[in-house]
Design a protein around this ligand. Structure first.
Ligand code: FPP
Length: 261
């Protein structure tokens, strides 16, 4: 390991949900999804190991979950580990896996106390068995949460998810459970990892990169995108609020003509 990761100094960060406030208007996004990018650059610019950037990225995640609770968001989805991140050096992959272990060891009780419901999207079968157990335990222990829905994309890729859904459809058709001509958008949607989760209204990508990187390809069909130059370890409530303010100024038309209504 690169460096000891102390039990989250600000593990008890989640303050109680604040009363409905400035983002409570009709145009507030119910679901914000974030591509957390720039941990490596944040560290490199400071002459620090990339590992330190990821460690500070976890702190930014904690801050963002707290802000999402305070701002009364219904859903927050974060891209924590992509299907393509396995291509990184083994030591970095190991560290990212370890950060997930440490995050839930230190923060699960707080998430529960704050009424957060945790869910994971992504392919679980390639993950180490202890990681799979952590995901299951986090989902089970927070299943009754009625506050923020925190969706963690881990070993997630949008194309891979669509392939799994296509396979599930094919199996249902082959087994006679589903007529082929009953395949429609809802049938596919119901077989995605995100089944039951509303589509993101707003997708934020940090670090100035202008790519979607295999994130929520189906679900983000009508999302508004905000790209910020802020590197993920520097992300905070103010950055989140600025992105939401930008979103609220957009004219969402969903393919129609839109207008004020
Ligand atoms: C992108 O930065 C970030 C990642 C690949 C990982 C995101 C992970 C975290 C924020 C922490 C993990 C949290 C949990 C709960 C597992 P990058 O390394 O691609 O940055 P760069 O583009 O500057 O190199």
């Amino acid at each position: 390991m690169d460096m000891p990761i102390e039990a989250a100094s600000d593990a008890a960060v989640l303050s109680p949900p604040a009363p409905a406030q400035e983002t409570g208007g009709v145009d507030a996004p119910a679901h914000v999804a974030i591509i957390m990018d720039g941990n490596g650059r944040w560290a490199e610019r400071r002459g620090l190991p990339r590992a330190e950037g990821h460690r500070r990225g976890v702190e930014a995640l904690r801050r963002t979950v707290r802000a999402a609770i305070e701002l009364n968001l219904r859903y927050l989805t974060v891209y924590s580990f992509s299907s393509e991140n396995w291509r990184r050096p083994a030591a970095e992959v190991f560290q990212l896996m370890n950060l997930l272990r440490l995050f839930f060891r230190s923060d699960l009780a707080d998430l529960q106390r704050n009424n957060v419901r945790v869910r994971f999207i992504g392919a679980r079968e390639d993950l180490a068995s202890d990681i799979r157990s952590i995901l299951e335990e986090a989902e089970r222990r927070t299943a009754g949460g009625t506050g923020l829905n925190l969706v963690i994309a881990f070993n997630y890729g949008g194309r891979q998810e669509l392939v799994r859904a296509a396979r599930a459809l094919a199996l249902d058709v082959a087994a006679g459970r589903l007529p082929a001509d009953a395949i429609d958008q809802a049938a596919l949607d119901a077989r995605l990892d995100t089944a039951g989760i509303p589509d993101p209204d707003l997708v934020i990508r940090t670090s100035g990169e202008l790519r979607v990187s295999n994130f929520l390809l189906w679900q983000a069909a009508y999302a508004e995108f905000v790209f910020t130059p802020v590197l993920w370890p520097d992300f905070d409530r103010a950055t989140l609020e600025a992105a939401i303010a930008d979103f609220r100024g957009r004219d969402r038309r969903f393919g129609g003509l839109g207008g004020a209504g």
